[in-house]
Design a protein around this ligand. Structure first.
Ligand code: DC
Length: 219
């Protein structure tokens, strides 16, 4: 079954691109970041310490996550907007450092690999979760470009802050995601690198589709 991975740093446009590639090919789509964000939101609401591994693992047992019509439902509630906040992003990155958490989430993530195919984005989807994927793209852009994109995304929720503050958050999250010992964000030779600093969403999507068609599609 074909699997396409789009891994990369925060706000590189992975989600937007992966969703559009999935739509074009008629494949299933998994936003793996939403899983870590959902866990982060539960940690905040339960007032747990980010290092409280035992209770965070228990939260996973209670976490009912589903995706429908572009919305993310956590334990029956539409939490799409709450999951995108900067605070939740940082806590998601912190709980993502816990090796036991990552291991416990493996089967759930792998359960999305269903016919006719899967497009998924995250940090370790190509290195750990689906190492045998047909195409692995490492999508990146300069930190400044990513901060500007994140700023305009957050403006839609009326919660934007300054570009400088967002840039600092993005750099802190990149560092944490790249330097953790459990499944860090890495770009090895199995990935094709796509820097979309100067590309439109459509150009980025088309590049991924062309790579898939030329390298992976049967016939
Ligand atoms: O892709 P995102 O920005 O929604 O992810 C939020 C955080 O979740 C990210 O900073 C680190 C964590 N994450 C992870 O550790 N592994 C993944 N496969 C996806 C996200």
């Amino acid at each position: 079954m074909p699997i396409i991975i789009i891994d990369g740093p925060a706000s590189s446009g992975k989600g937007t691109v992966a969703k559009k590639v999935a739509e074009f090919l008629g494949f299933n789509y998994l936003d793996s970041g939403a899983i870590y964000r959902a866990l982060g939101l539960m940690v905040i609401r339960e007032c747990l310490q980010q290092t409280d591994t035992k209770n965070i693992l228990r939260l996973i047992d209670r976490m009912k996550l589903s995706f429908q019509d572009g919305k993310t439902f956590l334990n029956g509630q539409d939490e799409t907007d709450a999951l995108r906040s900067e605070n939740v992003s940082m806590i998601a990155s912190s709980v993502g450092k816990i090796a036991e958490v990552r291991i416990k989430l493996l089967d759930f993530q792998r359960s999305f690999a269903k016919m006719p195919g899967l497009v998924t984005d995250g940090r370790d989807m190509g290195s750990v979760v689906f190492p045998e994927a047909d195409l692995k793209v490492f999508l990146t852009a300069s930190a400044e470009k990513r901060a500007r994109r994140r700023h305009s995304q957050l403006q839609k929720f009326g919660d934007s802050g300054t570009i400088g503050a967002i840039l600092r958050d993005i750099q802190a999250r990149d560092k944490q995601d790249q330097e953790r010992s459990a499944a860090p964000l890495v770009c090895d030779s199995t990935y094709k690198v796509l820097d979309n600093s100067d590309l439109s969403v459509e150009e980025t999507v088309q590049t991924v589709i062309n790579w898939y068609k030329s390298h992976c599609e049967p016939g």
